[in-house]
Design a protein. Sequence first.
Length: 241
Amino acid sequence: MDSDKLKVRIKLFRDKKSFEVEYIYKKKSLNERPMVLDVLLQAQEEKIDDLSFRYGCRARNCGVCTVDINGKPRLACRARVKDDDLISPISTLPVIKDLIVKRDGIPRQMIGYNRIPFKNNLNVEAESSYHNLTACIECYACLDGCPLHKKNNLEVKNNDAYSYGNPFSFLKLQRLYIDPLTPEEEKKGIIEKAKSLGLETYKKEYKNLKIKCGVGINLKDEVIKPLLNAAFSYQNEKKNK
C-alpha cells in the first residue's frame, strides 16, 4: 500500500444481511494518522454515499460515534485507524443499518428512578466520586465483556427496556445513590432496582470482571463495588430486623 493511502474494511448491515466493503483512505498528508471518523466521512463522500453512521461533538463528549474496531468498542472521533483495520457496528446492541445501533433499550432501564425533590442545589456539595461519575458520555463501551448484558434478549419488542443491567445502568444508579440530594427512602428503592437488574451476578464474578469505560472511569471500584456493599449490607439489615 502506498504511504499516502490506507486500506480499511467497513462492515455494513442492510436488509438483515452483513457484508464487508474495502475502502482506500487517501491521506491528507504523509504523516496523517486518521481517526475512524475521518475515514467514514471520506468514504461517504467518495464511495459509499449512503453510508450510515452517527457522530456529534467530534470531541469525545457525546459518545454516539462508538463503533467496533477489530471487534472492540472505540470512539470514532478519537480512535486512530491502522492499515487493514475492520470497522463494524458495536456488537453489544442490535444494528439498525450499517454502523448505527439501537441504543434506547439501555436508558429505558432508568425510567422512574430520578425522584429527587430538590434538584440543582449548588449549595450542596457532592463527594468527589459523584463528580467522577458525571464524566460518563454514554458511549456504551462498557457493555463489552459484561456478563449481565450478555443475558439480554437484544430484540426486545415495543421499545421495552432490557431485563438485565450493565455498567452504564449501575453507574446511573450509583450516581443517584451518592447524590447528597437523594432522600434516604429513595436510596432503598435504588438498591432494590440494582438488585432487580441482576447486581448479584457481579458479586459472583467480581474477581474476574473485565469492563472498560470509554473515558476512563473505574467502573469496578467506583460503581460496582460500592453498589454491592450497599445492596448486601442493606439485605443483611433486613434479615436482622
